[in-house]
Ligand binder design. Sequence first.
Ligand SMILES: Cc1ncc(COP(=O)(O)O)c(C=O)c1O
Length: 449
Amino acid sequence: MFEGLSLSAEEIVRLSKQHSIFEWSAQGAVAPIPMTRAEGIFFWDANGKRYFDFNSQLMCVNIGHGNKKVINAIKEQADRLVYANPYMATDVRAVLGQKLAQIAPGDLNKAFFTLGGAEANENAIKIARMVTGRNKIIVRYRSYHGGTAGAATLTGDPRRFAAEPGIPGVCRVLDPYQYRCGFCSDKPACTLSCLRHVEEVVDFEGPQNIAAILMETVTGTNGIIVPPDGYLQGLRTLCDKHGIMLILDEVMAGFGRTGKMFATNHWDVVPDMMTIAKGLTSAYMPLGAVLMRDKVAAHFDKNVFYGGLTYNSHPMCLAAAIACIQVMEEEKLVENSAKLGKVLATELQKLKAKHPSIGDVRSIGLFSIVELVKDRKTREPMAPFNARHDQMGVMNDLRKAFLDNGIYTFVRWNNFFVNPPLTITQEQLLEGLAIMDKCLEITDAAVKH
Ligand SMILES: Cc1ncc(COP(=O)(O)O)c(C=O)c1O
């Protein structure tokens, strides 16, 4: 054991801030929780304070914290074989590859393993370019695909700005975001104009130049945007018509989060490639993958796969993933996500009915968001798009109230998320939501009358 384990809460925060950078933040504004222990849907700080983990950390600890089966699988793998280089075949590689082929939709039968979601997306677009011989990639504005140079360019949200001008060939389209949709927010239902918009952009860019359309199946940090029925099917048809690869990013939406093993299963669409990470190991170890269909994989039977990573197929990570998927199946966590997802949807509607500061609620499974507004009629957001910490106003007070009352979740601009581990019970879910209900008086007081 190392000396650091005896540090006080104050020392943990001070030294962490002094010698390391916290991501996506001005360092002066960060106030990290000195997290020391976690179990199930809870974690504790160094002062012994307990928090509901209502964001599964970074929407990734799907099986909950501290699962002994996964921890033991990691320990056993460490005792047996910590590392094998990526040219080796290993038993964990054999077993996980086969398992993913079984649970993934259609004939997504082959995986290229990475260390996370960004690397998975980087490799997916490289594969699409190698296989099609084309260059352009179409992505959406309200999206996040990772923080590395290419993945940051694929990202549409402001996290791309620092990476600009970015990699060439990326074109962006608007999103199926009905609440603030330029095409149909004034209509009672989606008109699928967002799909026709993508078709138009494809025509303008020249379908013969487009290697792939890459989208989050259900948009994550940019707003839990659930595509309207027909949208993904329409994209599939569009891609088939022009020989464009459809890549679905299920890094956040995959592994039970939406109430199905993969979000695309809600619409029965099989993409040409699917990128996964996060829930794949529930973040017990870092792992991502690009899954590809047989016809995509076949390209590399004769052609060189130009891609590699020192930690590709790392045995420790693969062992964690195998155990994690086993836990999801044995504990029926996808089923629990679907079941409690219905409870969550009902409860969010109740909160909306009660609190004038709630403009919209959206959810699918245990993947949900509450969007706060100053005025329901104009839909003026409670904090501006891309608000800095000092522009967050009352949203900072809401975040503080959540934390003071033992609720940890993601508060971003005018939104907060409810994305608990899929192991949560109905009682725990209602208990956490009841605390949030009280805290919402803070934002109600900021509504324009
Ligand atoms: C949809 C999506 N894709 C990709 C990524 C990037 O994954 P990673 O942080 O593991 O590189 C994320 C991370 O939040 C994500 O939400």
